[in-house]
Design a protein around this ligand. Structure first.
Ligand code: SF4
Length: 426
């Protein structure tokens, strides 16, 4: 999501006739798009702003700005106080004000008129064949560990016609693969006056209806979305996984396998409900690759509670997990209600156990691709090797040429590692 916001910011800068530089000392404006999901991400902003404060001593006209999740969640101004050298500190939704504020600070920077809604700003994408498309921002769920509802506010969904227009425009410019983004992407809701096609087979779930509409766009080859919530994985969304352009991969965050912890997290699903969703998904698409997010060491998580997460992991046979050691985020419900009482060493130990389990499972699963052909969207070329993702979001490397970048090719798998599969083009 932040990456897609950065693409919008880059497009605003370009409209102001500004060009990017890799060297901070050459810049007139430095804008940091912050993430608050973990403490370490915010620590990086403090450390960069300290560095840029020194730069400002040598170059007083330099404008340093921070947007993203930190300003959004800083209701009491404590974070802002620690960022002394920062001139502008504003939440993402106010990014449309950026040209005006910049030109007030430096009259040489030309202000431009923007739409009122930041999601209407067209993102600048470096690669033409892949793009993010934001469907919604904000979240109404209030999982107790999470800063998103504070940082990004309540859920706001984009109208169907804006989404379809954006995707059609991307496809006209050569886009083959879109990644639909939303905090709870499968909870995207249409507006009252949004009109779906009469032939659309889905009747209940707006997100499933949207997936069907996107599947009708000619020359669009692949559709991927992240991140859904298990409670909104209803029959229609699960059925939509079988639509032809849908990638053969789903990332479905679970966070914990223990019902007491899930309740404390306010996740609104249980161990059993999650397993039931995975079972239904595999009934529809037996070979689908599945990823998840897990937090270890949440408040009061005992060894026995953690065992439930291990057993759920084994039962789901995940292809990948993004596992995080719980870190308390100020302002969240968990910060107010619970004590972060699992030691760092214990969090680390649980993290390593899950990591080991993931590595064992993923290697076994990757070996099932040996001697099979997979379809790969090539996105890199380096030292004679092409790289890209398969429809299962497996990373594939194979010998090729630079002109394959941006094309979809078939690759026969000849070697399988944990994180990369090697093959040859067929
Ligand atoms: S669903 Fe929960 S974890 Fe996801 S963004 Fe909303 S509050 Fe955060």
């Amino acid at each position: 999501m932040n990456k897609n916001d950065s693409e919008r910011i880059e497009s605003i800068f370009q409209s102001m006739n500004m060009i990017s530089t890799d060297k901070p000392e050459d810049a007139d404006v430095i804008l940091m798009n912050s993430c608050s999901i973990r403490e370490s991400a915010e620590d990086r902003i403090y450390s960069f702003s300290h560095k840029f404060a020194k730069l400002k001593e040598k170059k007083p006209n330099l404008i340093v700005a921070v947007t993203g999740c930190m300003p959004g969640r800083d209701k009491d101004g404590k974070l802002r106080k620690r960022l002394k050298a920062v001139d502008l500190f504003f939440p993402t939704k106010d990014v449309i004000m950026l040209p005006r504020w910049l030109s007030e600070l430096n009259p040489e920077l030309r202000p431009i008129d923007l739409e009122e809604d930041y999601l209407s700003v067209k993102p600048y994408t470096k690669t033409k064949f892949q793009a993010f498309v934001t469907l919604q921002t904000g979240c109404n769920q209030f999982c107790t560990y999470c800063v998103v509802p504070y940082a990004r506010g309540m859920e706001i969904n984009r109208p169907l016609k804006n989404i379809l227009a954006e995707v059609k425009n991307l496809v006209d410019n050569g886009c083959l693969e879109i990644t639909l983004l939303g905090q709870i992407v499968n909870h995207w809701l249409a507006k009252k006056d949004d009109k779906f096609s009469k032939e659309n087979p889905y009747k209940q779930n707006d997100f499933a209806k949207l997936l069907w509409e996107l599947n009708q766009i000619e020359r669009l080859e692949r559709i991927h979305w992240t991140a859904p919530h298990p409670i909104y994985m209803d029959e229609e969304v699960i059925d939509a996984l079988t639509l032809p352009k849908q990638l053969n991969f789903i990332h479905l965050p679970v966070q914990s396998g223990n019902n007491k912890i899930l309740k404390k997290m306010n996740r609104k699903h249980t161990h059993e409900l999650y397993l039931e969703k995975i079972k239904k998904i595999r009934e529809k698409k037996p070979d689908i690759a599945i990823g998840t997010d897990i937090i270890v060491g949440f408040c009061d998580e005992t060894e026995e509670d953690f065992t439930d997460t291990i057993s759920l992991y084994q039962e789901c046979d995940f292809d990948i997990s993004y596992t995080a050691k719980y870190s308390n985020r100020s302002g969240t419900l968990a910060d107010k209600l619970f004590i972060d009482n699992v030691t760092q060493d214990e969090k680390k130990r649980r993290w390593f156990l899950l990591q080991q389990l993931m590595e064992d499972i993923v290697l076994r699963k990757n070996q099932t691709y040996l001697n099979k052909n997979v379809s790969v969207l090539v996105d890199t070329f380096k030292n004679g090797m092409c790289g890209g993702n398969s429809r299962e979001m497996k990373r594939i490397n194979f010998p090729g040429q630079p002109d394959l970048v941006g094309k979809i090719v078939n690759v026969a798998i000849i070697e399988a590692g944990h994180w990369i599969l090697w093959g040859k083009m067929v």
